[in-house]
Design a protein around this ligand. Structure first.
Ligand SMILES: C[S@@+](CC[C@H](N)C(=O)[O-])C[C@H]1O[C@@H](n2cnc3c(N)ncnc32)[C@H](O)[C@@H]1O
Length: 304
């Protein structure tokens, strides 16, 4: 069977290209509300963000085959000192749409990677009670399931072709609900610059644990195309939605679409819908403004 890779530039709140129950696994990481250094002012309000996520969740429930799983990588977000309970709110929202709450994994990042600022530094200035704000080194992987899976529905040869490597499972401690995985380092000039990409290793584990070979994986927030790249490596088909047309060259390069040859057994397709937008240039201008405001504020505090 030929594997298919389809990128649809458009809003994931509507997935008319996908028929009911046609997808076997969802792996995604939604935009982090209005995170100051990723998506400043992208949504007019938190309510608007949750309404968008509710529509996406409804579409995911519709297109997922019975018993299949949606993995949502997310974290609470701090915007201007206010904490938004995204993990709790998305859990409630997916339950209300009809999913079962199957599990929550913690993705633990190395301690050296602490984005934006060391909040715990406040205690070093003020070593007294109530000044404590921890540094964040984790994200949640919420795992939702559409009903229960019929294990007898999978042909024996497909099961065997999808067999897990138990040595790796034991040695790398996949069996725990805390996974230590290095994040994509925010190096300048890297392909995923400004995309908040998740690591391939996180996707690889979820993909191998929750899908069989030649099944269809969907990422409704494709970003740089990590899910599609890993799906290709592990013989799964993949469909990705991405609203930002400016990511097209990055997705083409990262997924291997650019270099795919005619002899390749895979089918590649890009569809551009009318609701696709141009976001990156607009976002990166706003991020630069935020960074320079933060630097100025730090300088002023340093002088006082
Ligand atoms: C956190 S990033 C995903 C990064 C991705 N996991 C990767 O590894 O590169 C979220 C992506 O969702 C896209 N996005 C935001 N709103 C969207 C929408 N309504 N429909 C489709 N994509 C959207 C953003 O442009 C962004 O690229």
């Amino acid at each position: 069977m030929a594997l298919r890779y389809q990128v649809i530039f458009g809003d994931a709140q509507h997935m008319p290209e996908l028929s009911d129950e046609s997808v076997h696994l969802v792996i995604t990481s939604p935009p982090y509300f209005n995170a100051p250094f990723d998506y400043p002012d992208l949504f007019p309000s938190y309510k608007a963000y949750l309404q968008m996520m509710e529509k996406v969740a409804q579409e995911l429930f519709r297109v997922l085959a019975p018993g299949r799983v949606a993995c949502i990588v997310c974290d609470d977000v701090l915007v201007d000192g206010k904490r938004y309970p995204i993990v709790a709110d998305l859990t409630r929202l997916f339950l209300d749409v009809g999913f079962r709450y199957r599990d929550r994994l913690v993705w633990l990042k190395p301690e050296g990677y602490i984005r934006i600022s060391r909040r715990s530094g406040v205690v070093l200035q003020q070593p007294y009670p109530l000044y404590f704000y921890p540094d964040n080194v984790q994200e949640s992987v919420l795992i939702f399931q559409k009903g229960r899976f019929d294990y007898r529905s999978v042909p024996k040869e497909v099961k065997e072709a999808s067999r897990l490597d138990l040595r790796e499972f034991q040695e790398k401690k996949w069996y725990l609900n805390v996974w230590s995985i290095t994040n994509v380092l925010p190096l300048p000039q890297r392909l995923e610059e400004g995309v908040a990409a998740f690591p391939e290793e996180l996707v690889r584990r979820l993909l191998l644990l929750f899908s069989h070979v030649e099944e269809v994986v969907l990422d409704p927030f494709l970003g740089s195309g990590t899910t599609m790249k890993v799906a290709r490596q592990w013989r799964r088909s993949c469909i990705g939605y991405e609203i930002d047309l400016e990511l097209m060259p990055i997705i083409r390069a990262k997924t291997g679409m650019e270099t795919a040859s005619l002899l390749d057994d895979a089918q590649w397709e890009i569809l551009v819908r009318d609701d696709a937008r141009h976001l990156r240039t607009w976002l990166s201008d706003r991020i630069k403004q935020r960074r320079s405001a933060a630097r100025n504020a730090e300088r002023k505090t340093g002088k006082s």
